[in-house]
Design a protein around this ligand. Structure first.
Ligand code: SF4
Length: 231
């Protein structure tokens, strides 16, 4: 597809996680994902054939309609993995910035070349680093290369589960030190669903202490949209 994108949904809501928590965002959920995480909260968006094709003009019209109704701080380009459709994103992101709206890229941090293409138009990349206990595979080298592309406008989110181990946590901290100890790190306890459980509070606090001792900006922020009853 040349200029359009395959989308699951476009909607306005409050950002429920990460550094820009509580801001009003227009969420553009793109179809398809290259991973298969156990804690995935958007399983229907994994399929590349999910949703339908939107032309760029159609998407801009829908975003314009949302922007007219309420002030939006950002467009959250999310998925699935939005970088699977990286070719279409620069023009759309430039268009959003031209309307005074920032671009938040929510990515699993594995598609480095696609990120290089989009990065000039991204205001913040929320990079979801996958621990092997949750992703079922080691992705450390992909994540490290990804964070090196734009460390000054990246933040890292890590979902903590009941299966998070101390050993993989030490590896995560070493990776963050290597990528840039100033990159903000958000610890997000898994929201219980689909058999995935959050860690015990004392375990989450242990991981927080370990990371805070060696990195500059570490925060523990659960997902808030389920608490607020929002999408
Ligand atoms: S990367 Fe995101 S969308 Fe893809 S499977 Fe993992 S949690 Fe789900």
């Amino acid at each position: 597809m040349k200029a359009g994108v395959r989308l699951i949904e476009v909607f306005s809501s409050l950002q429920g996680e990460g550094l820009w928590l509580g801001q009003r965002h227009a969420f553009v959920r793109l179809a398809g994902c290259n991973l298969s995480c156990r804690y995935c909260d958007t399983p229907r968006s994994r399929e590349a054939s999910a949703g339908r094709s939107w032309s760029a003009a159609e998407l801009k019209a829908e975003l314009s309609r949302l922007f007219k109704g309420k002030k939006h701080d950002a467009v959250a380009w999310t998925g699935g993995e939005p970088l699977l459709q990286a070719a279409a994103l620069p023009a759309l992101m430039r268009w959003a910035q031209g309307r005074g709206v920032k671009n938040l890229l929510e990515t699993n941090g594995t598609m480095v070349e696609a990120f290089r293409l989009v990065e000039p138009y991204v205001d913040l990349a929320s990079v979801d680093i996958k621990l092997p206990s949750a992703a079922g595979q080691e992705l450390w080298s992909e994540h490290l290369e990804f964070l090196r592309v734009a460390p000054k406008k990246s933040c890292v989110k890590v979902v903590l589960t009941a299966r998070t181990t101390k050993a993989e946590w030490r590896t995560l901290i070493r990776l963050m030190q290597e990528a840039g100890p100033d990159i903000p790190l958000v610890l997000q306890p898994a929201t219980p669903r689909g058999g995935e459980q959050p860690p015990k509070p004392e375990a989450a606090l242990f991981f927080l202490r370990q990371a805070s001792a060696l990195l500059k900006d570490v925060r523990l922020i659960p997902q808030w949209h389920p608490v607020w009853g929002l999408k």
